[in-house]
Design a protein around this ligand. Structure first.
Ligand SMILES: Cc1cc2nc3c(=O)[nH]c(=O)nc-3n(C[C@H](O)[C@H](O)[C@H](O)COP(=O)(O)OP(=O)(O)OC[C@H]3O[C@@H](n4cnc5c(N)ncnc54)[C@H](O)[C@@H]3O)c2cc1C
Length: 573
């Protein structure tokens, strides 16, 4: 097939805060340089017009951005020092911090807020809105942004140097045939490609494997955040109040916690995080969140209120020890794709912004010296190590791993680490680190009989007022995919589903997916007379959270980008 090639200088894959910050900072560095050269203040050649492109799989910038979010403004203040005056969309400064331990019936307020969860001086934001704002700044600075353009493949030369990215084809039907509106993807050729795809990037995953960038690292571990926005009937929960919870509904062996943030216009933002290294195969992170809302403290807040938005997304929680090498010939990795998130603080926006800026400084130097080799780009890691990111991440480097030993040892470890700058205190045994999906035990280990979720969630009902099933929730994520396209969730061996997986884990994809994408359905009655089951993939429900790619126990689900523009629309999230 003939493809168009487009030559650019720098291509950023993903229009998240990391890449948009990188693109904006880079365009300014180039403009300042050219101006200084023109004035004779710098002895170097002008870089002329540098083509900077950002491609985004969502229908618009921000459409696929989902976060909490309480933002530490440190990163944004470096990128746009007068961000308040410039009208950055901030919901509210944080005015109150609450930390609660929830038992089934009671909410016990801790007299002290754990230091990582102190948010004084920070802002509650809709990251979707903030990203749109950053996108506008980029465009004003001359950066070309292409929404509806998923990066489908990294392009390499014969020596495994990254030379750009191929965007996804458009107009392919579900049988894989070209429709009348078929448009082949474009080869965007670039001197440097920056992967800022967020958590579990589909291109980043392949790049890391191909080039062995995770050699010597701990396996990355993840959590899943499930979130709703509610419209309150009165001022019962003011903008600027932040509540974090621990305890109910998670069991002591499952990492989890809730958040409740007050936004403007009586919007309540609440969600629940479940560690994607849980053991019980019947755990369903969406159900955990629904149960969270049934706690008297939470349900009282929601009485008479209306749910208006829904979303879910994975979080890279492995921290410092799980960060891969972030550079290779012609490529850099930024933000959540490289694991910059601080799981103890549930914060990654500030470090995503900073990592984008450090990548921009590295790229600028490469453009000046015309050297795009790994040896040159290595200075990105040096910049990261010399920045405030490193002490912050090192201080919490053993945070998530401590919770492998249950909630109480995890918390003890977190407290000790805080005091000692991140030491593990023997609670962590590095040899036992495993990818989260390997932590899942079989149904038999729990004595479950089949995959009936009611065995774990006996008291959970979906009443459509306080609690919602996945399909209703997905409707509130405004998800849209053209259904006449190949499924973008590739299950490499579906024979396992009805046999081994059904028996061993009870098809956990039906539960860990927060969007009802995976369903085991009746396959009709074969001649044997025994009714069979088969996997049905409702890919049009997919909210791009990446949980299936992460959590499948056999690692046979491969998430790839669907046709450009498909997916959720996280307006205001
Ligand atoms: C539930 C939840 C709660 C959180 N709470 C907080 C919080 O309170 N405070 C905080 O600081 N942080 C929080 N975080 C973390 C924070 O949101 C992330 O650290 C931050 O968004 C990372 O930015 P990023 O640019 O690396 O990636 P993202 O924000 O994920 O952006 C990546 C972008 O790349 C696009 N993309 C991905 N793959 C491709 C591709 N192949 N081609 C084209 N485009 C692609 C995506 O559509 C997306 O627009 C939270 C995260 C979650 C999920």
């Amino acid at each position: 097939m003939e493809r168009e090639s487009l030559g650019m200088d720098v291509v950023f894959v993903g229009a998240g805060p990391a890449n948009l910050s990188g693109a904006l900072h880079l365009s300014r560095l180039i403009a300042q340089h050219n101006e200084a050269v023109a004035k004779g203040e710098r002895e170097a050649s002008s870089l002329g017009e540098v083509q900077i492109g950002v491609i985004e799989k969502g229908a618009s910038v921000g459409a696929h951005i989902l976060s909490g979010a309480v933002m530490d403004p440190k990163g944004l203040a470096e990128l746009v020092p007068d961000f308040v005056e410039q009208g950055a969309p901030l919901e509210s400064p944080v005015l109150e911090d609450h930390f609660l331990y929830l038992t089934r019936r009671r909410a016990i307020r801790s007299p002290i807020t754990p230091p990582p969860l102190k948010n004084h001086g920070y802002y509650i934001v809709s990251l979707n809105r903030l990203t749109v704002w950053l996108g506008e700044k980029c465009e004003a600075a001359g950066v070309n942004i292409f929404p509806e353009f998923p990066g489908a493949e990294v392009l390499y030369d014969g020596d495994d140097r990254v030379i750009g990215v191929r965007t996804g084809d458009k107009g392919v039907d579900k049988e894989g045939k070209q429709k009348t509106n078929f448009e082949p993807g474009i080869d965007l050729l670039a001197k440097i490609t920056v992967l800022g795809e967020g958590v579990r990037g589909s291109l980043t995953k392949k790049l890391i494997r191909r080039l062995g960038l995770d050699e010597g690292c701990e396996p990355q571990v993840y959590s899943l955040g499930v979130k709703e926005l509610w419209e309150l009937p009165d001022d019962r929960y003011p903008a600027g109040r932040v509540t974090h919870t621990l305890g109910f509904p998670s069991d002591p062996w499952t990492y989890g916690g809730g958040w409740i943030y007050g936004m403007q216009n009586r919007i309540l933002n609440l969600g629940y995080v479940t560690g994607l290294d849980y053991r019980d195969p019947l755990i369903d992170p969406h159900a955990e969140f629904q149960r969270f809302k049934t706690h008297p403290f939470v349900s009282k807040l929601l009485t008479g209120a209306r749910m208006i938005r829904y979303g879910a997304k994975a979080i890279a929680a492995g921290g410092w020890h799980a960060m891969p090498r972030m550079y290779a010939d012609g490529v850099l990795i930024v933000g959540d794709s490289a694991g910059f998130l601080n799981a103890a603080r549930l914060k990654g926006i500030h470090s995503a912004i900073k990592s984008g800026m450090l990548a921009a400084e590295t790229i600028f130097e490469s453009l000046v010296t015309e050297d795009y080799s790994a040896a040159k780009l290595q200075s990105y890691e040096t910049r990261v190590r010399d920045s405030w990111i490193t002490p912050e991440l090192r201080r919490y480097r053993n945070f998530h791993a401590g919770f492998r030993h249950g909630r109480w040892l995890g918390m003890a470890n977190a407290g000790l680490q805080y005091l000692t700058g991140g030491r593990a205190w023997g609670i962590i045994d590095r040899d036992q680190q495993e990818p989260g999906n390997e932590a899942m035990r079989k149904l038999s280990a729990y004595g479950y009989n089949g995959d009936g979720a009611s065995q774990r969630y006996q008291d959970l009902r979906f009443d459509n007022q306080l609690t919602f099933n996945k399909v209703t929730d997905v409707y509130h994520a405004a998800v849209a995919h053209d259904e006449d396209q190949p499924a973008h969730l590739h299950v490499l061996d579906t024979n396992i589903c009805a046999t081994r997986c059904a028996e061993e884990y009870g098809n956990p994809c039906q539960r860990f997916c927060p969007a009802a994408v995976y369903e085991m359905v009746d396959a009709g009655t074969p001649t044997s007379g025994v009714p069979g089951r088969q996997l049905q993939i409702n890919f049009s429900n997919c909210v791009h959270c990446k949980t299936c790619d992460i959590m499948d126990p056999y690692q046979i689900i491969n998430w790839v980008t669907p046709e450009g523009g498909g997916g959720p629309d996280y307006k205001g999230m």
